[in-house]
Design a protein around this ligand. Structure first.
Ligand SMILES: [Zn+2]
Length: 417
């Protein structure tokens, strides 16, 4: 039976560190140290407060940041570590109730915060911090996993910082972020956390897990792993979902369609609309379900005494739901567009490596011939300029430039070179 770390692809160093910390955490519980002397584990990463003969970096601490590129498995690592903390044996055996409930998302002492909108607000964070301070019902740890900690609002970050600065003895915060750059995580939060850097897993490791865990045929797994550029979840979708493959093909058709100014604007529209459609399909189902549930709960259509007042309250709640759903839809659109841009960047990266005759495998094996033709036409310099245009578009959208404007500018740059 594989243990809870089995799906953490190509991250041997991180797994070793997490196993050690989980064992140290179990030892802390056995000794009852956490309750008597919280300082022993409350100390930050640079502290020398560990007991004699114990390597402080091997021990346990209350706040962690998992960093790495998208798809490297930040949240997978955080969840596995949470499971190891709740594991009866302190190892993340994968079989005991603690491991099972955590991996299945039903452990009462593990909270996963997955922001659906563009940011995590202060209200949500305060409620979370409050809950995290309670005694763990399973007798081990209260674990709070914050996916996309880079999406905390400033106020939410401050609320979290207070909790990290004076953590309750049995509470552990696990943050996930792309990097420890101050744009992603505030310097003060960073200084209180131990960082677990994850790397982009090699395509061979990704392919291996697709075959082993998902039963995907080896040749499909290899192609999908390379095309997904180390993103495990995306590789799985490409291997399994024909729609995802079609969308990718449409994106990779962009370079040969750029034959003039009009074509460049058309390509921009097509890319934006494809991202919108993909996002809409993704959120439509949950939107309808949430609205129906809320309307039922509010007893829509009720009459009689107090109904007018109730309806006013209901209108407010529906408005609040719509606001939340709109924010989630925007986020889904940005994510879809970003996936398309990463695919496109892979194409120009292939052209660049071919122009340089670099001995590396192409990202997109199925458009390698096209990238080769581009390499001849544009040379290394022209390929690099195009790659930079795609990356600049991503950066602009990240900095809140309207996606359509950023994508149009990119398409023109790709056409002109
Ligand atoms: Zn276990």
């Amino acid at each position: 039976m594989p243990d809870v770390f089995a799906d953490l692809v190509g991250q041997d160093e991180a797994v070793t560190e997490l196993r050690r910390a989980a064992a140290a955490a179990a030892a802390v519980l056995r000794a009852g140290v956490a309750d008597r002397e919280p300082a022993l584990i409350a100390a930050g990463p640079a502290s020398g407060a560990a007991p004699d003969g114990v390597d402080p970096s091997a021990g346990m601490t209350h706040a962690w940041i998992f960093t790495g590129p998208p798809g490297s498995g930040r949240s997978v690592a955080a969840r596995a570590f949470a499971a190891a903390l709740q594991c009866t044996y302190g190892t993340g055996c994968g079989e005991c109730p603690g491991c099972h409930t955590t991996m299945g998302g039903t452990n009462a002492d593990v909270r996963m915060v997955v922001p659906e909108g563009l940011s995590i607000g202060v209200g949500e964070m305060r409620a979370l911090v409050l809950r995290a301070a309670s005694t763990p019902s399973g007798g081990r740890w209260q674990v709070v996993v914050i996916e996309d900690a880079d999406r905390l609002t400033e106020a939410a970050g401050n609320a979290l910082l207070k909790a990290i600065e004076e953590p309750p003895p049995r509470t552990v915060f696990l943050l996930c972020a792309p990097s420890t750059h101050p744009d992603d995580v505030s310097v003060t939060i960073r200084s209180r956390c131990r960082v677990v850097p994850l790397r982009q897993p090699p395509a061979t490791a990704v392919a291996e897990v697709l075959v082993r865990r998902d039963g995907i045929a080896p040749d499909v797994a290899q192609w999908a792993a390379a095309a997904a550029q180390g993103h495990v979840g995306r590789a799985r979708r490409l291997a399994r979902d024909p729609e995802a493959r079609n969308r990718r093909e449409a994106v990779l058709a962009v370079p040969r369609r750029l034959t003039g100014v009009g074509a460049a604007f058309d390509a921009a529209s097509a890319l934006i609309e494809a991202a919108e459609a993909e996002a809409e399909a993704l959120v439509a189902e949950s939107d309808t379900a949430e609205r129906t549930a809320l309307e039922t709960a509010l007893g829509a259509g009720g009459t009689g005494r107090g109904a007018a007042g109730a309806m006013r309250g209901a209108a407010g709640q529906l408005k609040e739901l719509e606001k939340r759903q709109k924010s989630r839809a925007t986020r889904a659109q940005r994510d879809a567009l970003d996936r398309a841009l990463v695919d496109l960047a892979g194409f120009y990266r292939d052209a660049l490596t071919m122009a340089l005759r670099a001995p590396v495998a192409p990202v997109h094996t199925d458009t390698a011939a096209l990238a080769g033709a581009g390499a001849q036409k544009w040379d290394a310099e022209g390929s690099l300029r195009r790659l930079e245009a795609v990356l600049a578009c991503r950066a602009a959208i990240e900095a809140n430039v309207k996606p359509r404007i950023a994508v149009e500018a990119m398409m023109l740059a790709l056409w002109k070179g």
